[in-house]
Write a protein that binds this ligand. Structure first.
Ligand SMILES: Nc1nc2c(ncn2[C@@H]2O[C@H](COP(=O)(O)OP(=O)(O)O)[C@@H](O)[C@H]2O)c(=O)[nH]1
Ligand SMILES: [Mg+2]
Length: 441
């Protein structure tokens, strides 16, 4: 997701960090580079222009302020503007009505409406609320079946009808949902082109007759600039309350989809990150901006870690680090914990301050953790506690014991020594230096 844009911003930020002063020239250069990055990511031209202008205006404004870290001030401006571009704050579903909240899903064919309606149903039942889905796509053969198959997986009822009028289907469904005291009714509508007047009228009539609490525009994340125009038309026809970007797990540039929010001035509420039913995440503009700028996703990382690491273990580890007693045995434990957290590259992306270039170069294989463990397992306890004693002949014995090469053993020992050095420094510091993050609070 946004890999290209993120890599480019990362290298720009590296340059900015070193800035001793904000000058007209570096404002100009940075603006030009931001413009290039956004356009290459397929961000809408007007959105790009506004973005660059705002960054420019604000940085000219800060030129006069004597800052300790001018580069970071610049970075903060870019960060703020990215958050704004994404709609400022994260907005959850508005489903607080006591009697039946209706969610209407609209969008082009194949944008992911049916899949998303079931993903949403899943989220809502996990909050302890009841849901009914409505099969309102009577045009595409197989559409009703597709919804049923998906809904069955999470045991959510589907309202079907032999009526060949989607408006009637939806109003009947609402009546039944109210009778059965269902909390949320999700309408999976047919895909339609914004230029198809008849179909646009139909969805307006559905909307008028059931007054949805949420009208969500489902946009394909792999889409190009056409989607921006279609979003505008849908927004004129309906009271869109939010956007869901699907297929954000793909390697598309993503810029067009992201522009939609800014163009129609509506928040992105969720993003689809896999075909699976649990592949829907709340969209948080700040976290997304952090990720794009390579500032990591600390919140996500902590949430992941919290599920795995227990607090007392973490405390013991921290003390060892501070007392400089962290050895290869502990390192192995840590690897094991990381492994439990999931895919290593995903985790790397969440760690702040690792430049994109390094991430790409590393492109770590999950098996690497297993290999590293195998190497450590082939060491004696004494060696693990005191890796300095591992000489040449011991290295080749460890290599043959673990089935890895001597080069890999050397590499691991070197990495570990580097890490120990870093930890030593860290341990000596009274207040850890947090760099950019401290700036953002
Ligand atoms: N990888 C991925 N595929 C998705 C996502 N959302 C939907 N799809 C796929 O996109 C295709 C079209 O989705 P569908 O829900 O049928 O679209 P609809 O025509 O708008 O109802 C299906 O193959 C889905 O599995 C997503 O977030 N990630
Ligand atoms: Mg569908």
């Amino acid at each position: 997701m946004f890999d290209q844009i993120s890599d480019r911003f990362n290298s720009l930020l590296q340059d900015l960090r070193g800035l001793g002063k904000i000058t007209d020239k570096n404002i100009e250069d940075t603006s030009r580079e931001i413009r290039r990055i956004l356009l290459e990511a397929d961000v809408n031209i007007n959105v790009t222009k506004n973005f660059v202008q705002r960054v420019k205006d604000r940085s000219i404004g800060t030129k006069v302020i004597k800052s300790v870290k001018p580069g970071e001030q610049f970075i903060k401006i870019i960060h703020d503007e990215l958050v704004k571009l994404f709609g400022d704050h994260n907005s959850d579903l508005n489903i607080t009505n006591r009697n039946c909240n209706v969610l209407l899903l609209a969008g082009l064919q194949g944008s992911g409406k049916t899949t998303t309606s079931v993903k949403l149903a899943n989220k809502i039942i996990n909050q302890g609320k009841s849901v009914m889905l409505v099969a309102a796509d009577i045009y595409r053969p197989g559409a009703v079946k597709q919804l049923n198959v998906l809904a069955q997986k999470i045991n959510v009822p589907v309202f079907e009808s032999t009526a060949n009028d989607p408006i009637k289907i939806c109003t009947d469904a609402l009546e039944q949902a109210k009778e059965s005291k269902i909390d949320c009714l999700i309408l999976d509508t047919a895909g339609r082109l914004h230029v198809d007047g008849e179909m646009m009228l139909e969805i307006q009539q559905i909307s008028d007759s059931i007054s949805p609490k949420e009208t969500l525009f489902i946009a394909d994340g792999m889409t190009g600039q056409d989607a921006v125009n279609s979003a505008k038309a849908f927004n004129e026809a309906l009271e869109i309350t939010g956007i869901i970007l699907t297929k954000m797990d793909g390697d598309a540039r993503g810029g067009a989809a992201v522009s939609i929010s800014s163009v129609i001035n509506k928040p992105i509420k969720f993003i689809g990150i896999s075909e699976n039913i649990d592949g829907l995440t709340i969209f948080d503009p700040k976290r997304m901006a952090d990720r794009i700028l390579g500032l990591g996703d600390v919140v996500g990382l902590v949430q992941k870690a919290e599920k795995i690491v227990n607090e007392s273990e973490a405390k013991i580890m921290q003390e060892k680090i501070l007392k400089n007693q962290f050895n290869l045995e502990d390192f192995k434990d840590q690897l094991f914990q990381i492994q439990k957290m999931g895919n290593i590259n995903e985790i790397m992306n969440m760690i702040p301050g690792i430049p994109g270039k390094i991430k790409n170069k590393t492109n770590m294989d999950d098996r690497q953790i297993v290999w590293t463990e195998a190497i450590i397992n082939s060491m004696t306890v004494k060696e693990r506690k005191n890796p300095q004693i591992i000489n040449g002949s011991r290295r080749s014995r460890i290599a043959s014991g673990s089935g890895r090469s001597v080069r890999e053993v050397n590499q691991l020992l070197k990495q570990f020594t580097e890490m120990q050095k870093m930890m030593k420094k860290f341990g000596k510091m009274k207040t850890p230096k947090l760099g950019v993050r401290s700036f953002f609070g």
